[in-house]
Design a protein around this ligand. Sequence first.
Ligand SMILES: Nc1ncnc2c1ncn2[C@@H]1O[C@H](COP(=O)(O)OP(=O)(O)OP(=O)(O)O)[C@@H](O)[C@H]1O
Length: 365
Amino acid sequence: MAEHGSGLVLDGVTKRYSSVTALQPISIEIAPGEFFSLIGPSGSGKSTLLGAIAGFIPPSAGRILIDGRDIVDIPPYRRNIGMVFQNYALFPHLTVFENVAFALRLRKLSKAEVTEKTQRMLDVIRLSGMGERRISELSGGQQQRVALARAAVYDPRILLMDEPLGALDKNLREEMQYEIKAFHNKIAATIIYVTHDQEEAAAMSDRIAIMKDGEIVQHGKPRELYEHPRNIFVASFLGDANIFKIHDAKPDARHMKLDIGEGLSLSAPGDVASASRHYVCVRPESIAVGAPGAFNGAAGQNVLPGIIADVVYTAGTIRCRVKLADEAVVTARLPFQRNAAFFATGDQVDVRWALTDTLLIPEET
Ligand SMILES: Nc1ncnc2c1ncn2[C@@H]1O[C@H](COP(=O)(O)OP(=O)(O)OP(=O)(O)O)[C@@H](O)[C@H]1O
């Protein structure tokens, strides 16, 4: 098996259809063995970029380098790149073994090599006892594992995955996220992974690129993107965010006072010049909710009165929305505490978050 994947360099990769620019010039380097995800809204260019790397979509301009060699003129089947699709594209009438062995037979490997490599791959996906089963006799998760094995059996150094878990229900999706991570550790190929699901990308990736209108808006480690979003689009795309427009900013002792609505103002670190063309962003997990007056005297905090609009209990967390002055609403996410009473719709409360969690994020750039 490959010791590590291949590095990939995209250098000004562009795709224009007659009236649509599907990809603006895109330049980025992906390290050997990296798990790299592309996320972004529908139509942002994720599949087009994957197709260009795979070789199904010829770029209008730019270079795609694998280990320093431009592959743009090399046909897809000679690029040594594996693909996993959402619909698996397995052969239903063939056995598990034959599905995995298919790519090896196509490459005319000897019978002994086909058996050995296929068997090893079935071990990796923990289906070695099911080689003789037909695809139609497998569960959705097992079929997905066969699709992984089939794409990786001939040791491609780059694996492209386009929404591979899109057809699975939520529980199985989460299970398969672990499965794909473990699989990646065993085969050690470079993986480029397209998903709509930002949580999935954050859970699995070394780095994420966020695309919009054919461009990569920002790329980095999941935590970097979450903590230091480049603009309001990234802040609201990755995770939940309370975002407020700043109407006015005034100096206020060591901080500044931001007017974000009628009768609604906040303190934030920084000087007024830094508020120009910025929004305020507060993450729901930064916000505490208490009875009126509960946070009196707390230094370095924003404390605002409000009324509980609704409370939703989800796995392990309480998500509640609080109506502030001027129809503004903040969402808070709090850890669920067994047997502890929480507020209900209509209750008067105070919300609080630290000045240091009052982030100023630029408009889209
Ligand atoms: N063959 C084509 N001809 C013209 N325009 C196209 C073609 N294929 C894609 N596009 C356009 O290119 C843009 C990018 O499409 P792409 O499928 O890459 O987006 P995506 O991010 O993968 O979207 P989704 O998440 O919905 O799959 C879209 O505006 C799309 O309409």
